[in-house]
Design a protein around this ligand. Structure first.
Ligand SMILES: *[C@@H]1O[C@H](CO)[C@@H](O)[C@H](O)[C@H]1NC(C)=O
Length: 187
């Protein structure tokens, strides 16, 4: 009798130990980010998009953009803001929401897998190093990928978070936020 119980338990153990990896292929945060954490991540990320968009406006200002060291400093600051966006993205990526809403996987594919976010990072870094000589071409390239791909993907993140928060939290309603566009995205 005793040996039957032991062998049954041994048979069940492999099933139990593989149950969780079958359900989730990636590590989820424990504890989960709270509704407040997710809401804060959206507003911080949005604020960073505003700082970068402001730089992209100013860097090609027809009334006189910053030049020389001022341009290098402004570009370095925008580069830092762009990188900071990844901290807020990581908060959202660590939430169950990232598994549950297919918009996150799609937006992440655009931003990370296709390398569009990194193109923006590299363009800003290039201006912060090489300044005036690369300014116009880099701003054009950044605006091109950012207006058409990066900012719409960030909007998808924000929409997914707002829908999630409205479903799970009583502190709402949570408005859907959008990434801040530079003037170039309107043309
Ligand atoms: C985003 O894409 C990268 C690279 O393809 C992948 O390693 C990561 O797990 C993805 N994150 C999410 C939240 O989908």
């Amino acid at each position: 009798m005793k040996s039957i119980i032991v062998s049954t338990t041994l048979m069940l153990l492999p099933l139990l130990s593989t149950a969780k990896p079958l359900l989730k292929s990636r590590q989820i945060a424990d504890p989960q980010p709270t509704a407040g954490d997710l809401n804060n991540a959206v507003f911080k990320w949005q604020s960073d998009t505003g700082l970068v968009s402001n730089f992209l406006n100013v860097a090609v200002d027809p009334n006189g953009p910053p030049t020389g060291q001022d341009l290098l400093n402004d570009a370095a600051s925008a580069f830092s803001s762009e990188n900071d966006e990844l901290n807020w993205k990581a908060v959202i990526d660590s939430s169950d929401l990232a598994f549950e809403d297919p918009r996150i996987a799609q937006a992440n594919d655009t931003l990370v897998t296709q390398g569009t976010f990194q193109m923006v990072v590299q363009g800003l870094q290039d201006i912060s190093i090489n300044g005036d000589s690369v300014r116009q071409a880099d701003v054009d390239n950044i605006n091109n990928v950012r207006c058409s791909q990066v900012l719409p993907a960030i909007d998808m993140y924000f929409a997914a978070v707002a829908d999630f928060l409205n479903a799970v939290s009583t502190e709402g309603p949570f408005q859907t936020q959008t990434a801040v566009r530079p003037f170039a995205c309107q043309s």
